[in-house]
Unconditional design. Structure first.
Length: 362
C-alpha cells in the first residue's frame, strides 16, 4: 500500500485509484502538509510531525498502523535535539527477534555524525558510540533537504538495515556514484559496500529493494546519441542489479532503449504479473515489460484528471496531493509493549520502596 494524505493506494490494483479514506488518530497542527513518513516496517509507519512548514525540528515522532489506527507517540526519554531535527538526518525502523523489540535508528550527520537508537520496548533513546571511519563515510551521506525531507531508500533483510548512499560527482550533472551503508542491528556497527560503477554516465536511481530474497538496485541510464546532421538525441536504458553475498553484483536485466523517459521517477512496486508501477511526483504509471508500453493509471494532478476514470477522479476530490509513504498492511500494534512497560515500572517502584524500608528498619 502507498499512503497519501487521507487516503490509501493499492499497488496491485492501481486502476482503483485512491481508496480507504483515513482519519489521522493523532494530533496534527494545521494540516496534513506537516506530516512526513520517515520509515516503515511490518505495517508500522514512523511519522514525523512538525508545528509549521518551516519548522527546524519535528514536534513529535509517532509510530502508527494505518490499517488498525493504533498509534504511539515516542517518548523523549534519553533523546537529544538532533533526534527530532528535520534536515540532514536518516531514519530506519527495524526489529530484533531475540529481544522481540522494534527499534528506530536515527543517524545525524551535521556537525558530527552520531547515531541514536530508540527502543519501543523500553520507550527510551540512547546514543551509540560511532567510529572515526563511520564519521568519515557519513560525511557525504544524508537525507535530501526540501519541503518534505526525502529519506535514503533503505530495506531490512536478515536483521540488517541497508541504506542506498548516493554521492553527486558534479553539481547539476546527474553523474553519481553509489554504495550501500549496512547497519548490523546486533552489533550496531556500520559498514560500506561498494556498488557497480557507471563511470561518467548520467544516472537516476529508480529503486533499492528486495526481490526473491535478494537486494536489487534499479537504475536509469541516460544515453546521448548524435544522429544525422548531428542532431543530438537522448534515450534511456534501465539496468537491474542483484547483490550476491556481501558485495558481489550481477546485472540481471537490461531494458530499453525507451521512447519515454523515467528520469527523476521511481519504481514504486514490482507487480505480481511482472509489470512495474512507476511514480513521478504526482502521476502513477504501469510499465508493461512485455509490450514495452507505459500507461498512466492514476494522477494526483487535476489538470490530467480527464485521463482517469470518473470513480477514481471522484475519490481524488480534485485536489493536488502527492504520495507520502509505502507500507505493507499488517495488524502489528505499536502498543504491544504497554503492559510490559507498566509491569516493569511497578517492579522498579516496589523494589525502590523495599530498599527504602530496609534502610529505615536499620
Amino acid at each position: 500500500m502507498v499512503l497519501f494524505p487521507k487516503f490509501r493506494f493499492d499497488c496491485e490494483t492501481p486502476e482503483d485509484g485512491l481508496t480507504g479514506k483515513l482519519r489521522l488518530p493523532f494530533y496534527v497542527p494545521f494540516n496534513y502538509q506537516n506530516v512526513s513518513i520517515l520509515t516503515s516496517l511490518h505495517g508500522l509507519l514512523c511519522v514525523g510531525i512538525s508545528e509549521l512548514e518551516c519548522s527546524p525540528e519535528y514536534y513529535s515522532l509517532v509510530l502508527w498502523n494505518p490499517l488498525t489506527g493504533d498509534n504511539k507517540k515516542l517518548s523523549t526519554k534519553g533523546s537529544r535535539d538532533e533526534c527530532y531535527d528535520i534536515s540532514d538526518g536518516i531514519f530506519g525502523l527495524y526489529y530484533i527477534s531475540s529481544d522481540d523489540d522494534y527499534r528506530l535508528l536515527r543517524v545525524k550527520r551535521y556537525p558530527s555524525a552520531c547515531i541514536y537508537i530508540y527502543s519501543l520496548k523500553s520507550a527510551s533513546w540512547r546514543k551509540v558510540r560511532s567510529t572515526e571511519d563511520f564519521r568519515q563515510r557519513a560525511s557525504n551521506w544524508a537525507s535530501l533537504v526540501g519541503k518534505y525531507p526525502e529519506q535514503p531508500k533503505h530495506i531490512l533483510l536478515n536483521e540488517k538495515l541497508y541504506f542506498l548512499k548516493q554521492v553527486d560527482r558534479g553539481e547539476g550533472t546527474f553523474i553519481h556514484s553509489y554504495s550501500v551503508m549496512r547497519f548490523e542491528t546486533k552489533t550496531e556497527k556500520f559498514t560500506e559496500i561498494v556498488m557497480p560503477s557507471f563511470g561518467n554516465q548520467m544516472t537516476s536511481s529508480l529503486d533499492f529493494m528486495v526481490l526473491k530474497g535478494c537486494i536489487h538496485f534499479c537504475v536509469a541510464i541516460l544515453i546521448e546519441d548524435t544522429s544525422y546532421m548531428e542532431n543530438q538525441r537522448c534515450y534511456e536504458m534501465i539496468e537491474l542489479w542483484r547483490m550476491d553475498g556481501d558485495g558481489d553484483w550481477t546485472k540481471v536485466l537490461t531494458y530499453g532503449p525507451m521512447s519515454f523517459f523515467l528520469w527523476s521517477q521511481s519504481l514504486l512496486h514490482v507487480m505480481r504479473n511482472g509489470n512495474w508501477l512507476i511514480q513521478n511526483e504526482v502521476d502513477v504509471y504501469v510499465l508493461d515489460m512485455k509490450k514495452h508500453t507505459k500507461e498512466m493509471v492514476f494522477t494526483c494532478n487535476p489538470i490530467y484528471a480527464q485521463r482517469m476514470s470518473k470513480e477514481a477522479y471522484d475519490r481524488m476530490g480534485s485536489k493536488n496531493i502527492t504520495p507520502r509513504g509505502k507500507y505493507i498492511e499488517t495488524t502489528v500494534s505499536p502498543n504491544k509493549y504497554s503492559l510490559y512497560l507498566q509491569i516493569n515500572h511497578k517492579f522498579r517502584y516496589h523494589a525502590s520502596a523495599g530498599a527504602e524500608m530496609e534502610v529505615q528498619n536499620k
